[in-house]
Design a protein around this ligand. Structure first.
Ligand code: SF4
Ligand code: SF4
Length: 299
């Protein structure tokens, strides 16, 4: 991830306090996710809907779902307990932009009471072009898009369906729409100076070599950082829908792919695949200290 290097000052300003965008910042600054976005508008084969969105997060324990009001109270409680908390992200447990009313209401409430907290959201990108104006208007500085392919034939092995314009699309057609919307959304964000991180889930035998093409495509459209994450297949968490028996990559395979992409653009190598309700420094999870009950006691 990025160091100050020769970054323009206005970019460095946006990067230096964000633990995911700056390798140095992740030792000093904390982020929190609030789980206000339960619904999703696509199906990823690696997602088990019983858990948090695998775009950003490790399948694990289902997050406590919050209303925007509960989420805003939690943010204020965390910010007064953990002074290094600089970033609020909405990363599921479904898709932030499949729940736009909840996502934007949360941002609005937090900005009203804690204007210094930086806002961040994660999305599969399907609805992104429709919300770029609102994202810019709310001063959201950072957006993560999960892009696993640019070739709809490969996409068809990852996404069985999407729900778009009031109907369900399947197969290659679904992935073609998804890919066009993801890349358009990326271009629209970077044109407005919003920093974009692209997450990709490395699925051996499906998109592993293809992610080099994805890397080139997102770099040429202005993505700031590329974060290639391993598929996590944990049989104890239930069947990974549609990818039964598929293994995740080894640490060496992941590193080799990241090395092959390095040089093209900044690669993130310190992602912890946090839960949709993670709180604290990366690699640390203090979410249990800030359940709704405990937040109420703190007030
Ligand atoms: Fe699951 Fe996230 Fe994919 Fe939606 S976008 S299906 S929540 S992994
Ligand atoms: Fe940062 Fe990765 Fe955690 Fe998202 S999942 S907050 S990118 S470390």
């Amino acid at each position: 991830a990025a160091g100050q290097g020769d970054l323009p000052p206005e970019i460095w300003e946006k990067v230096k306090n964000h633990p995911c965008y700056s390798e140095q910042a992740h030792h000093h600054f904390a982020r929190m996710h609030v789980a206000v976005a339960p619904a999703c508008n696509i199906q990823c084969n690696y997602c088990n809907r019983k858990y948090d969105c695998a775009n950003e997060s490790r399948p694990g324990v289902v997050s406590e779902k919050l209303t925007p009001e509960q989420a805003a109270r939690k943010v204020i409680a965390v910010a007064s307990t953990i002074p290094q908390m600089t970033v609020l992200g909405i990363a599921g447990p479904g898709d932030a932009l499949a729940n736009p009313a909840k996502t934007f209401k949360t941002f609005e409430l937090v900005t009203a009471t804690a204007p210094d907290i930086k806002l961040c959201l994660s999305t599969n990108g399907l609805m992104l072009p429709d919300y770029v104006e609102q994202i810019a208007a709310m001063n959201v500085d950072h957006v993560t898009i999960t892009i696993n392919m640019i070739d709809p034939e490969i996409g068809a092995q990852i996404y069985p369906w999407i729900f778009y314009n009031h109907r369900r699309f399947t197969g290659v057609e679904a992935s073609k729409i998804l890919s066009e919307r993801q890349l358009l959304g990326l271009e629209m964000l970077t044109a407005r100076g919003i920093l974009v991180k692209v997450n990709s889930v490395m699925i051996p035998g499906i998109n592993d070599r293809h992610l080099i093409e994805v890397n080139k495509a997102v770099k040429s459209r202005g993505a700031f950082l590329h974060n290639i994450m391993p598929l996590i297949s944990e049989p104890e968490h239930g069947t990974v829908f549609g990818l039964e028996g598929r293994r995740g990559p080894s640490a060496q395979e992941l590193k080799a792919l990241q090395d092959d992409c390095e040089g093209e653009m900044n690669m993130m190598r310190h992602c912890r695949q946090c839960r949709a309700d993670a709180v604290g420094l990366l690699g640390e999870d203090r979410s249990a200290e800030f359940t709704t009950d405990k937040v109420m006691e703190m007030e």
